[in-house]
Design a protein around this ligand. Structure first.
Ligand SMILES: [Fe+2]
Ligand SMILES: [Zn+2]
Length: 244
């Protein structure tokens, strides 16, 4: 591995440094199409974390889908059309970690970027421990601050190989990348008006036989996503999507 460095021995988790310039286009995208809207009073209910939320936001050619699971006050704002997906994906192209990822997953030709997200919060009242993938899933999550976090914002809690709880402090221009087995939670933090904005992606194998395991956790995280076959979810029958 050239760009990824183990977060800690024995875990399926890594960190990678990158050039500050890589974040610029998505910082601008967030500031011009989302920040003002998310701060409006009418959207305050989104951050309460009490109910399942699924809404669309459109700003000219941009389309977003906002999901909140009703288990924690966290918004998953995903690309909801091809144009917006491409803007997110440019970051992954520039980051250029796929040669490293190829050493971690079973793939055929390339690593597919499934979906991009802004993960936005204004407070976290409890740690919701979870794993992003089932065992054997040939996929990864990347997460990095889109803007410098302020001191009050929560970091990443995770469990080490002996199940001790550890903390990873998010740094601007450093991303964490993790796959199956990695148990983690957002560190709780008190309510603030200063949005905590993270950039996140799911990506992994291009082999359709691995979709079943992947889909159990990432299949319903967004409305628009690219499947291992390279097609938009819901537009093909390659992966035998549940419900498609
Ligand atoms: Fe997670
Ligand atoms: Zn397909």
């Amino acid at each position: 591995m050239k760009k990824l460095h183990p977060l800690e021995h024995g875990l399926n988790a890594y960190k990678v440094n990158f050039d500050a310039a890589l974040l610029k286009p998505l910082q601008t995208l967030f500031d011009t199409s989302l920040r003002e809207r998310l701060n409006r009073e009418g959207y305050a209910y989104l951050f309460e974390g009490l109910e399942q939320i699924n809404i669309q936001i459109t700003d000219e050619a941009l389309k977003y889908h906002i999901t909140s699971y009703g288990t924690a006050p966290l918004l998953w704002i995903s690309n909801n059309n091809a144009h917006t997906y491409k803007l997110f994906k440019s970051f992954m192209d520039e980051l250029n970690i796929m040669d490293d990822i190829k050493t971690l997953v079973d793939f055929k030709n390339k690593i597919e970027v499934y979906c991009g997200f802004f993960v936005v919060g204004k407070g976290m009242d409890r740690p919701t421990w979870h794993k992003d993938f089932y065992d054997g899933a040939q996929g990864y999550t990347l997460i990095t601050p889109l803007f410098e976090l302020d001191n009050a914002h929560g970091n990443l809690m995770y469990k080490d190989a002996a199940s001790n709880v550890k903390k990873y402090k998010y740094k601007i221009n450093e991303a964490v990348v993790f796959g199956s087995g990695f148990e983690h939670a957002t560190e709780p933090y008190t309510k603030t008006d200063n949005l905590r904005v993270m950039l996140s992606f799911t990506f992994g194998t291009d082999k359709i036989e691995h979709w079943e395991t992947l889909s159990k956790t990432i299949g319903e995280q967004s409305n628009y996503m690219i499947l291992p076959c390279g097609h938009q979810k819901g537009s093909c029958g390659c992966c035998n999507e549940p419900g498609a």
